[in-house]
Design a protein around this ligand. Sequence first.
Ligand code: NAP
Length: 581
Amino acid sequence: MLFSDITPELRLKTQFNHLIQVQQATLDKLTDAVAVFGPDARLKLHNEAFERFWGVSPDQLARTPDFDGVVELCVPRLHDRQFWRDLKGRITDPDPGARAPVVGEVATAERRIVAYQSRPLPDGATLISFADVTDTRRLEGALSDREVALVAAERLKREFVASVSYELRTPLTTIVGYSELLERDAKSLSPRAREHVAAVRSAATHLARSIDNVLTMAEIDAGEMVLDIEDVDVGALIGAVSLSGSLIAWAKLDGVIKKPLRFKGQQAFNAVVMLATVAIGGYIVFVVASGAVPLVAMPTLIYLFFGFALFFGILMTLPIGGADMPVVISIYNAATGLAVGLEGFVLQNPALMIAGMVVGAAGTLLTLLMAKAMNRSVGNVIFTNFGAATKHKQGDIKGSLKPVEAGDAGIFMRYAAKVIIVPGYGLAVAQGQQKLYEFVKLLQAAGVEVKFAIHPVAGRMPGQMDVLLAEAGVPYDLIFQLEDINDDFADTDVALVIGANDVVNPAARDDKSSPIFGMPILNVDKAKKVYVVKRGEGKGYAGIVNALFYADNCEMVYGDAQAVLVKMIEAVRGLGLSAAA
Ligand code: NAP
């Protein structure tokens, strides 16, 4: 008798069976139908999903364990015998190349789509798996159909926008055109018919504008027009700063805010507010561009952005004082043009772009010219406290105020050879421009040479004096700008300063402690005689005393500019001279 210890063998067998059971349990958990065939084409292993997938029982599989038998069980669901033959070749072919892994899809008799794959295993067996991917493929098909439909819808939308634009605008333009023609030929129409035509034209114009707005929205919706959030952001920032800054400028010009508001560390504070505004704007751009979820709700961010931008406009303008306001107004004018131009880019609207650029460029040029006229740089105007009304003691000024009657001054000028008139803010307030020109014509008729000298920042608006004189009909060849006439004062008999103050203050030229020191002025003090027309001892815009009024060659004609001019005209006419027409 032979005895041998078979314990290791039994242990190995148990381990092997255990492993097989684990494998089987794992396979059974899979949703894909899996079967493993040996190189002899016999079924070695399969899972429950395989039985369910092909509708076969474990017994049927046990009875026909070779590949052909299994295929016969599966053929009622998948008729394609060539497919099965190819698969068998992959299982039984000894050539490793022929048994390379393969994946594919095949249709069943019930028109379901089956994804299959065969994969060689290290022991020479082959794993085959099947999965029903019909629903996935249908979903993919539906999604791709939807994509195609969306593209077609976009195209239709674009065509609609283009054709509606044409179809609507053309008849409206015709209606507006014909109603304008009818209005022009108004004599042949009854008053009632005229009203009707005007109403038709106005309604058609409004409708055309509304259609433009609707089309703009439709274009944005159809992707024809893309809102560039960076341009929107920059435009909104400039626009908001200009808006609140202009309101403060208005309040200052109107006297609602009387003094510049300054506090310690103001520039640092302004810089912080500016940086915060830019940071919020930048964050909005980032959120929109990246699609990230914002830390704060988007509407709150937008409110914060505009709030900070408006606040910055106020802060920037509050400390700017006195004589610098015209430059600031001009800067805001240029900035508004820039904002409009940027919005033109955003909305792809050439009219807005061009208008904005023209306003922006013209405003920038005017700003630079005004700053030059005041002997300042633009940065210096905005970021320093120039223009502050400092306490300038009256005791510093020598001489006295010497009042004179309007009539006497008028007669003196009638006998002068050369007179230069310097108009200022007070003339505009008194609306004395017509009377002034009437007086000038009287002087001219008497053979007096009369010229007007215009300071670039006289009045309260750039170019205000030019407009005022043009309104009165003063010929352009009598009007001279500062740099063209300043040398003539020394050779002039009388300088008539009418409602002007800061622009003729010699302190800007001579007194380093004056807040307007450095600003070019009209050298009226160099004339042989100076008459200053003003109501009393009111100061000019910069709020400082004017030494010119106390000078030996200067006399004060007190009164409202228009009333004074009326008296001067009466006095000169009283001499028996008639005005040249
Ligand atoms: P101004 O220095 O403001 O002086 C105007 C003078 O007119 C005052 O002294 C006032 O004295 C007198 N006045 C007021 N009403 C009058 C009336 N009804 N009849 C007669 N006189 C009258 O004016 P300016 O010399 O034209 O200088 C302009 C100033 O405004 C500059 O400081 C400039 O920087 C500033 N500014 C200019 C602009 C601009 O764009 N041009 C804009 C903003 C500010 P009484 O009260 O005694 O009558």
